[in-house]
Design a protein around this ligand. Sequence first.
Ligand SMILES: Nc1ncnc2c1ncn2[C@@H]1O[C@H](COP(=O)(O)OP(=O)(O)OP(=O)(O)O)[C@@H](O)[C@H]1O
Length: 265
Amino acid sequence: MTQATQKKAILSIDHVAVHFGGLVAISDMTFDVKEGELLSLIGPNGAGKTTAFNVVTGFLRPTKGEVHFRGIPLHKLKPHEIASTGLVRTFQKTSLFTTNTVFENVLTGLHRHGNASPWATLLALPSMKREEAQLREKVWEILDFIGIAHRANELGGSLPYGEQRLLGVAVALAADPSMLLLDEPAAGMNPSETADFMTLLAKIRKRGISILLVEHDMPLVMGVSDRIVVLNYGKIIANGTPAEIQANPEVIQAYLGQGVKHAAA
Ligand SMILES: Nc1ncnc2c1ncn2[C@@H]1O[C@H](COP(=O)(O)OP(=O)(O)OP(=O)(O)O)[C@@H](O)[C@H]1O
């Protein structure tokens, strides 16, 4: 048993079902993520991973069931209200301001959490100027942490794809999350970028941030996860450690044996 599994749940998903008309995308899903844990949600295309992610982040209402984050019921909140509880997501497709610089993208993320009132901003009061300076310092700290400070003055849209994904994580960190939901963050990364990303995930966890990861890159998933939940046709077919999941015959048959990128044995 890992240390994380002995801790209390930060995110609980209880008997969630999602129906799209007659199609049952998720039939009955129950699992939790513990404080400080990195849990991955995997499964074949169409298994319901993105749907699960969208329910947790408020982009979809569940047909049945409940979701709680630190005891707060999320299934009735709007996405921005959920983000303000400290549960922050990245998106599968890059959602950056492509014509703004890397620095400006992260600054915009921080501004959503700034304290200066709009009047102070309009009048450029000293309090607002002080806050602006602090925010700029914070942007540099985040860019250094993520490893893209050398790109600060380049346009978001001009970055190589892998670095655009990193910028997405930087913008999410600007919201000061206690839990991050990462939707296929390594899609389009080359092997060396993926290895660097694994190191970054470890650094993010050292800050005490819990992580829910949806990802198809199995070496990455097996290398970073405390626990893995496997979905197939909208049902959980396994919930265990990477070693347990890799040895599970049903998972091998439904997913790992289907030509996905395997973790080194
Ligand atoms: N808005 C929607 N309307 C109708 N059906 C949908 C909708 N969104 C998803 N589905 C269906 O729900 C099922 C689950 O899809 P989902 O995108 O959650 O799977 P996934 O595991 O994320 O797949 P992938 O790995 O390809 O991203 C699929 O059958 C999909 O076609």
